[in-house]
Ligand binder design. Sequence first.
Ligand SMILES: C[S@@+](CC[C@H](N)C(=O)[O-])C[C@H]1O[C@@H](n2cnc3c(N)ncnc32)[C@H](O)[C@@H]1O
Length: 272
Amino acid sequence: MSYASAAATDAPAPGRGELNSAFVVATTPTGYSPGRMACMSGYDAIADLYDPWSRSVVEDVAFYTEEAACAGPPLLELGVGTGRIAVPIAAAGISVIGVDSSAGMLRVCRERAGLAGVSERLDLRLGDLRDPPVSERLSLVICPFRSYLHLSDDADRLRALRAARRLLVPGGRLIFDVFAPGEDDIEATHGRWLEREPGIFERADWDTCSRTLTLSVRGATGETTMSLAWISQTEWRDVLERAGFTIDACYGWFDRRPYDGREDMVWIASKH
Ligand SMILES: C[S@@+](CC[C@H](N)C(=O)[O-])C[C@H]1O[C@@H](n2cnc3c(N)ncnc32)[C@H](O)[C@@H]1O
């Protein structure tokens, strides 16, 4: 994906929306304790803004729905958010367990599931993706839309990946997407307020030394500032292998084109 407006390339320019919204950033909840999750996520403040903000992000829905259809139910979505992915999967007849640390995002997800008539196929749980409140064993765990970028360092990444692996049956798969920004994206967006959708503004402040992005979002119904951390493809590969995964694929987009060094990575890893 590109944070800048569509780049001119031979291939159709993958773009998770025109500007930045695709890389929604969540803060690692501070002072997390399982019993006291309320109001501890940066997403709570923008729960009602999230769907209008990410309105144009649709390119991954068919990909995750296809993967879900190949796996046996139920599947687990970590960082389920407002159900942008989980609700279409449930609408395809597949039961989903959804974990999220934001009570506000889960509230919106419940409303969305109700409107879509799929509430009975969505099991929503408040919790941390590094220690998900899940005892079931699953053949598929997904973590779409860069939610793993909330993890600030390798210790956190390892913890989250090991937790996901523990929940998988032998042969089960973890599928997630992340990004590492290109210089052009950084240049095009750094330190500027951009109108992502009508009345919804975002600002990206990139720190290329620490490889962290501070993302601010504001609109009529809420505002927040969050941070995320990125690492390279090689580093993701390394941390996945350290967590015990076998890597099946690293795509560069949801059409399964090979990763070629651009921003987006779509990982498929399995437990053997
Ligand atoms: C970018 S949104 C993705 C939401 C949804 N998967 C989608 O595709 O639209 C990231 C989600 O991860 C959640 N999140 C962030 N950190 C988390 C954590 N440590 N544990 C569980 N959920 C977390 C946020 O609350 C938010 O709903």
